[in-house]
Write a protein that binds this ligand. Structure first.
Ligand code: ADP
Ligand code: MG
Length: 541
């Protein structure tokens, strides 16, 4: 068990000329808020694993906070580093950096290839993917148009994003090209990139597999078949600031709700995890895509570092306090990271080994650079066809499930028709209608029956108007309010307040219920018109 490492980083101030009454002070690994005359403000003092002041460089942050995670990832441990903070506090600067001061992602990529090269007794297979979570939808940044990807979980692969492009790479330069492509795709169609980037989370992911190169000469025969597989996530989160309740509308408001909600769920997960083990209870990982994807990194099998970025200006003090509260909660989380060694075919390296060896033999004598390029191409082709196969299998499974559901529904409707028919048959006053219903049953497979016919049935004489009115109300409600959506109707101001205070919030409390009108009508009034209702539904199918 080990604690998550949490650091806070201040970016340089942009308000140098403005007079300020309160100032943050950094001393070693402590931050506190002071009045201009130096008096500390009580209750606003925090300690973390590291605190980086305004003069710190990305290289320093990398060396002190991230490097150990990267090296552990090369050795088979899952790793995650993420940047949290309000917009313009320096998250992207920390993760991506600039020409002069490369950020955590480029430094990590270079370090991984360098470390892998130095580890001469192992062979490595490294692949990357790059995704964005925007309005609770996962988009592939490496393939334009590859959007709304689902999350799946399997015993072998753990939690994964299905259909996400993964590219096998063998140099840092190749990775940088892919990142450039991802950034270009992200910009596509966006008029205001800054607005979007502060409202989406990006996850840059590397999967590192390795095995002993030559088990016989290295004397490591027992490990010949074991392959280490680790996943490294480098995450740039959306801005954690309050989205003003008033004034924001349409697209901006919707985005704000999604961000606030997913960051709030991240806060909830962190708060739950920081509670004493026995009292923890349910951890709401599944409440947002972000926490679901990061599940292994939070309280699971991964080494995790969080860098919380802070804007030092006085106008941002409330947001900064919120960030520091979040950071304090995260500090209490413990993870249990282990080397992931697998013996099954789940490791790509293992599945590809024979074919690659074959290719290597065939190409012996070729120039080594050509050989490497050929092998890389072969690896990528093989991996792509595997991913395609997996996607098709999943689509097939989905189709099978919906077919089953449809069949079940048809059976249910048939039962209703049968019930209705026997009701009609048993009524002495309704001979003619019974006949009609019997006809209906006999031809039910190709029935094309109008609503009117159903209501002519004497048994329902009392109800039709009632029914028609309610049903039309119901459909009107449906039109005006979309089907229940977990992310609609959120009191975002309240969410933000709760997020800032770092306390756990019951999401159900925060959702209003107008969307449910139609459902509650169905459940409460169901006794009034069950058969006809279902029959009409059936006919509408
Ligand atoms: P965020 O991603 O949190 O919205 P950015 O990383 O885009 O914020 O930073 C906002 C601005 O501040 C950018 O112009 C960035 O270059 C600058 N900046 C942020 N952190 C630093 C830093 N540590 N040193 C120098 N400039 C920084
Ligand atoms: Mg940013």
């Amino acid at each position: 068990m080990e604690k998550i490492s949490v650091a806070v980083r201040f970016r340089p101030s942009t308000a140098l000329d403005l007079p300020e009454d309160r100032k943050w002070r950094v001393e070693d690994n402590r931050i506190s808020l002071h009045l201009l005359d130096g008096t500390p403000i009580s209750g606003v003092s925090f300690a973390f694993d590291h605190v980086f002041d305004q003069s710190s460089t990305n290289a320093t942050v990398y060396d002190l906070l991230i490097k150990s995670i990267i090296h552990a990832a090369v050795n088979g441990f899952n790793g995650t580093a993420f940047a949290y903070g309000q917009t313009s506090s320096g998250k992207t600067f920390t993760m991506n950096g600039s020409e002069d001061d490369p950020g955590i992602i480029p430094l990590a990529v270079k370090d991984i290839f360098h470390t892998a090269q130095m580890t001469t007794d192992r062979e490595f297979l490294i692949r990357v993917s790059y995704m964005e979570i925007y309005n609770e939808e996962i988009n592939d940044l490496l393939t334009l148009g590859n959007q709304k990807l689902p999350i799946h979980e399997s015993l072998e692969r753990g939690i994964f994003v299905a259909g996400l492009r993964e590219e096998i790479v063998n140099s840092a330069e190749q990775v940088f090209e892919l990142i450039k492509l991802g950034e270009a795709n992200r910009h596509f169609g966006e008029t205001n990139m800054n607005v979007r980037s502060s409202r989406s989370h990006t996850i840059f992911r590397m999967v590192i597999e390795s095995s002993v190169k030559d088990p016989i000469s290295s004397g490591d025969v027992s490990n010949a078949d074991a392959i280490r597989v680790s996943v490294l996530n480098l995450v740039d989160l959306a801005g954690s600031e309050r989205i003003a309740k008033t004034g924001a509308g349409g697209v901006r408001l919707k985005e704000g709700k999604h961000i606030n909600k997913s960051l709030m769920i991240l806060g909830n997960v962190i708060n739950k995890l920081s509670e004493n083990g026995k009292q923890r209870g349910h951890i709401p990982y599944r409440d947002s895509k972000l926490t679901r994807i990061l599940q292994p990194s939070l309280g699971g099998n991964a080494k995790t570092s969080i860098i919380c970025t802070v804007a030092p200006e006085e106008v941002h003090i409330e947001e900064s306090r919120g960030t520091l509260q979040f950071a304090s909660g995260a500090k209490r989380i413990t993870n249990c990271a282990q080397v992931n060694e697998i013996l099954t075919d789940a490791a790509l390296l293992k599945r590809q080994k024979l074919e690659i060896e074959e290719l290597r033999r065939k190409l012996q004598g070729s120039h080594s650079e050509v050989l490497e390029q050929m092998i890389l191409k072969q690896r990528n082709d093989m991996h792509k066809s595997e991913l395609d196969r997996e996607r098709l299998a999943m689509e097939l499974e989905e189709e099978r499930k919906s077919r089953e559901a449809l069949e079940h529904c048809i059976k249910e409707q048939q039962k209703k028709i049968d019930n209705l028919t026997s009701l009609a048959n048993s009524s002495s006053q309704t001979r003619s209608s019974a006949k009609q219903m019997a006809d209906l049953r006999n031809t039910s497979d190709e029935v094309i029956m109008s609503q009117e016919d159903v209501f002519k049935t004497p048994n329902f004489k009392e109800k039709p108007n009632d029914f028609v009115v309610k049903r039309s109300n119901c459909s009107r409600d449906l039109e005006s309010s979309p089907p229940p959506d977990n992310f609609a109707n959120i009191a975002d101001e309240d969410l933000w307040m709760r997020l800032n205070k770092g306390c756990t919030t019951d999401l159900d409390m925060l959702q209003m219920t107008p969307d449910m009108k139609c459902q509650s009508y169905l459940s409460s009034d169901i006794s009034v018109l069950p058969s006809s209702f279902f029959m009409v539904q059936f006919l509408m199918m």
